[in-house]
Design a binder for this molecule. Structure first.
Ligand code: SF4
Ligand code: F3S
Length: 136
């Protein structure tokens, strides 16, 4: 049996004895940028949130896909990567979770959180690759 850990490309013909394993994960989407409510971090059973200057990300290899963080975010900034158009932010979650510090305790949202909820094009305009400070 050949085991392939990836999503088969559209139109791929599966061979007999070929098993595709796809590990889904939850991701933080761009609506977190400039909001960073951090209510998500306290419910994660495996502490897999990482903090940037103005957003958090999830480490996809540590996430056990339990889904309990998704309803904790007041602005719907957490979703499964099985949703449409999540590929880019899934990559950002993977890359930045290797660089940013772990965060497990809630802190105050960013002062501009209310104003920036739902603003479009946040990633292009406001994404920062600087690490956050886990102190308040
Ligand atoms: Fe943590 Fe579960 Fe959310 Fe993954 S889905 S980040 S394990 S709370
Ligand atoms: Fe961001 Fe929502 Fe968590 S705004 S920090 S994903 S609670």
């Amino acid at each position: 049996m050949e085991v392939v850990s990836a999503i088969p490309a559209r139109g791929t013909t599966l061979k007999v004895n070929q098993l595709f394993i796809y590990d889904m994960t939850y991701i933080v989407n761009e609506n977190c940028i400039k909001c960073k409510h951090t209510t998500c971090v306290e419910v994660c059973p495996v502490d897999c949130f990482y903090e940037g200057e103005n957003m958090l990300v999830i480490n996809p290899d540590e996430c056990i896909d339990c889904g309990v963080c998704e309803p904790e975010c007041p602005i719907d900034a957490i979703e499964p990567d099985t949703n449409k158009n999540t590929e880019h932010m899934a990559l950002i979650n993977r890359q930045m979770s290797d660089k940013w510090p772990n965060i497990t305790k809630k802190k105050d949202p960013l002062p501009e959180a209310k104003e920036f909820n739902g603003v479009s094009g946040k990633f292009e305009k406001y994404f920062s690759d600087k690490p956050g400070s886990t102190s308040k």
